[in-house]
Design a protein around this ligand. Structure first.
Ligand code: WTA
Length: 633
């Protein structure tokens, strides 16, 4: 097992070591895992191409490290705990032995259905234990998993399946979310009309609703499981073989497939999990994320299981059957570490303390947040009412591309400061740059956040398009990975993340690209052009504001609004629906035709005194018109 830091003093000395000799530092942590063959070179890198290889030549299978190596000492300890959407339904648990067995069986089902090492397998599933098992089953046989959040539409799903040419899709009849039952298989069926690479669909039974079966393509998991053994040797992988692809939104174009590899990702997720959450033997750890996002990959499945922890999965939503559900579950399972998103905290805060008061919450030792900046009010509420002012809050900053937590407190080992993520983890070298790329050395300054040295779990490429990876992350500033975030460093060197400086909106902690939403809106036949920006939203952090030009005058604005929302739901999914749609006659454009989103952002934010110079616009009068209509609303 990797080293667990025990004091702020120790953090400082470990950090110093990790910067002085990163290879030595990570080699030491990596040696604690089970490698079938040792690696040849600890690190080989340049950020120019970029090329980053950690532990290359080393052979391993991550599931042997998540499962097999724990069987001897903790085979009977609960590995995975599962809480259903319906509070009346019994929870489920799998010991390490049982989880190992289920992963092997599922892996054999994959093999029976033609899966091989290197294949891409798409998972579009609810938060059932089978989703966690399926992820590991893919890794067991060396297939690359591509989990797509099961809130995306058929079109969005098809795009992702096609981008990676997946040959198998794993899904379920339905998804249960609160009172809703959403027919997942129907979405998959629709998507697959345009996905020629898919040969098999394996369906897990979730809600028992009827589904249509395409003979020769669709099979039921429970039928398949009857036909396989519980023995499945793990495929030998190189440390730099891909482990998974996960699609995420950027400033431009379609979402891209972020690729993570086996060895470095394994070392870093385990190390960061243990240190950030200060997980101790016997603790019950709960992360409320969905496995469809990076947080679920790294801190529900891989990090905790690698560390031999008990990790919990929750199928439902925070407000079902009422806004006390999280706290009820914390008491029920005696949760010790609780990790959620600021948007959930704000939503529950708005529901009132009567939903918190009935619960003891006295098993909690560490609280965590992730996904977006946490505002002071939410931080204080979390601290006072959930933590009772007694336990640390770890505000963890990281990204799909970073694979693991980059800036965060390590449990109670160090100072805490509301709304500050804090100090970088050992091995992480953040810097602040000015827009020209000049290093900002002083403290008490704001700048663009970049990382100047590789870390084991960093993005290796964007699937099928390495140039895009280079252009997106490694071209803005020479020899740096650019995060797309702005940050502030205080007098003590602690970091506070301010938010995205690019055209990415963060809605309820979900990343959405403005270009993506515009493309979707433009699919609506009445739309001529659109421009999308983010604006502050009390619960969601940011909301989506769309300025839309329609063909001709519209009679019924409400009807057109509804139709645009339906288009966005169809093209991307409900999570990308704009909160506000304003119809406009023209958009502020430069003489070269570029939309000035900066001006639209200021309008949507209500900061009308800060529009800046509009005289360089092709037609400055459009701004006045947009403002007038904005104020009328
Ligand atoms: C934002 C989620 C402030 C940030 C793990 C980043 C945060 C984007 C924090 C990545 C935090 C994440 N404080 N902002 N603690 N954590 N972000 O890829 O803008 O879904 O770039 O990864 O979320 O979102 P992603």
């Amino acid at each position: 097992m990797t080293h667990q830091i025990d004091s702020f003093e120790e953090y400082k000395s470990e950090y110093a070591k990790s910067v002085k000799d990163p290879k030595k530092f990570w080699a030491k942590q990596a040696k604690t895992f089970h490698w079938r063959k040792p690696w040849k070179k600890t690190l080989d890198w340049n950020f120019k191409e970029p090329k980053v290889k950690w532990f290359a030549g080393g052979k391993l299978n991550i599931t042997e490290n998540c499962l097999d190596r724990h069987l001897k000492d903790r085979g009977d300890q609960v590995a995975l705990l599962w809480e259903a959407n319906d509070p009346k339904e019994a929870s489920k648990s799998y010991t390490y032995k049982e989880l190992h067995r289920e992963v092997c069986r599922f892996a054999n089902v994959l093999k029976r259905n033609g899966a091989k090492k290197g294949d891409r397998i798409c998972l579009y599933m609810p938060m059932l234990p089978e989703l966690g098992i399926a992820v590991l089953a893919c890794a067991r046989i060396g297939a690359i998993h591509s989990v797509v959040f099961a809130g995306f539409s058929a079109n969005a799903l098809a795009d992702r399946i096609n981008d990676a040419s997946c040959n198998i899709v794993l899904t379920s009849d339905a998804i249960r979310r609160g009172k809703k039952v959403i027919p997942a298989k129907l979405v998959v069926d629709e998507a697959l009309q345009n996905c020629p690479s898919v040969k098999k669909v394996i369906i897990t039974n979730c809600a028992g609703i009827e589904v249509s079966i395409t003979e020769g393509r669709d099979v039921w998991l429970f039928e398949e499981l009857k036909k396989v053994s519980a023995k499945c040797p793990a495929e030998e992988m190189d440390a730099e073989d891909p482990l998974f692809v996960l699609y995420t939104s950027g400033s431009t174009g379609k979402p891209k497939g972020v690729v993570h590899t086996c060895g470095g990702y394994m070392v870093y997720t385990e190390y960061s999990f243990k240190n950030v959450f200060q997980y101790k033997e016997g603790d019950i750890y709960w992360c409320t994320a969905d496995i469809g996002w990076i947080t679920g990959h790294s801190y529900i499945i891989y990090g905790p299981l690698l560390a031999g922890a008990t990790t919990m999965m929750f199928e439902g939503v925070p407000t079902y059957p009422d806004a006390g559900r999280f706290w009820k579950v914390v008491d029920k399972h005696k949760v010790n570490q609780f990790y959620t998103a600021p948007t959930a905290i704000r939503a529950l805060m708005a529901c009132g303390l009567q939903h918190v008061k009935p619960y003891k919450l006295n098993t909690l030792k560490v609280l965590g947040t992730v996904g977006e900046p946490i505002n002071e009010e939410a931080w204080n509420w979390y601290d006072e009412h959930i933590g009772k002012g007694k336990i640390p809050i770890v505000d963890t900053w990281w990204q799909t591309e970073t694979g693991g937590i980059m800036i965060s407190a390590l449990g109670d080992k160090g100072p805490r400061k509301a709304t500050y993520a804090g100090y970088p983890l050992p091995g992480i070298q953040p810097v602040l740059l000015d827009p020209k790329g000049k290093l900002i050395k002083e403290n008490e300054k704001e700048g663009l956040l970049a990382i100047r040295f590789p870390w084991p779990s960093m993005i290796r490429t964007t699937y099928g398009d390495h140039k895009r990876c280079k252009n997106t992350y490694f071209s803005a500033f020479k020899n740096h990975y650019f995060t797309g975030d702005g940050a502030r460093r205080d007098k003590d060197g602690m970091y506070r993340i301010i938010g995205r400086v690019d055209d990415v909106i963060n809605v309820s902690g979900h990343r959405i690209g403005t270009a993506e939403v515009e493309n979707a809106i433009n699919q609506n036949p009445v739309v001529v052009e659109s421009a999308v920006v983010g604006y502050p939203h009390a619960i969601k952090g940011q909301g989506i504001y769309a300025f839309v030009i329609t063909a001709g005058k519209i009679k019924n604005e409400e009807e057109v609004r509804k139709s645009i929302l339906a288009t966005v739901s169809k093209e991307i999914g409900k999570i990308a629906k704009p909160e506000q749609i304003q119809f406009v006659a023209g958009l502020p454009k430069t003489r070269s035709g570029k939309i000035m989103r900066r001006i639209l952002r200021k309008i949507a934010e209500g900061r009308h005194d800060q529009l800046g110079d509009v005289s360089t616009l092709l037609d400055p009068s459009v701004v006045e018109k947009i403002l007038k209509d904005f104020l009328k609303k």
